[in-house]
Design a protein. Structure first.
Length: 163
């Protein structure tokens, strides 16, 4: 998943300045996920990590790009940030588990290049989760009926939680 955000890192948080895409996702996460220790995969500039830490969670944010992690660190707060590629084997060795929850917001899991990368990610998550820990993957699964009907109806969809 190695990528280079050098060109856009400074603009990352300004892509959609008037829209809070992560706010509802983070609020839903905080409402439904107990525990203190949280690992966020693909934390980018720390938008979710900062909010979770402000809510009292002990957050470790992980991302492949040092440029976005530098921006996350500059935001302050209590979250800790680590550089690693969670699509590679043994990525989990860079953080100290166990975690009560591992989360991956905003379709980041879908950015993994192939099934092998997804498997590396999920195996690492399994190793890092506490026995009763929770994996939270925020992914878009298109339902053409909902999308088609949304034009004349509701445009906001409620999150679906699986247990």
């Amino acid at each position: 998943m190695a990528s280079d955000y050098r060109e856009i890192a400074g603009f990352y948080d300004h892509e959609y300045p008037d829209v809070d895409y992560l706010g509802p996702d983070v609020a839903c996460f905080l409402d439904h996920v107990p525990g203190e220790r949280v690992l966020e995969l693909g934390c980018g500039t720390g938008r979710a990590a900062v909010a979770m830490a402000a809510a009292g969670r002990q957050v470790t944010g992980l991302d492949v790009d040092q440029n976005v992690l530098d921006i996350a660190n500059a935001k302050g707060g209590d979250a800790r940030y680590v550089r690693a590629d969670f699509s590679e084997p043994d990525w989990q060795s860079v953080v100290d588990g166990p975690f009560d929850a591992v989360c991956c917001f905003f379709n980041t899991f879908l950015a993994l290049a192939d099934a092998e990368a997804q498997e590396h990610c999920l195996r690492g998550c399994h190793e890092l989760l506490a026995p009763d820990g929770l994996l939270w993957l925020d992914v878009f699964h298109p339902n053409l009926d909902l999308i088609t009907n949304a034009v004349g109806g509701a445009t906001e969809l409620e999150p679906v939680l699986f247990s």
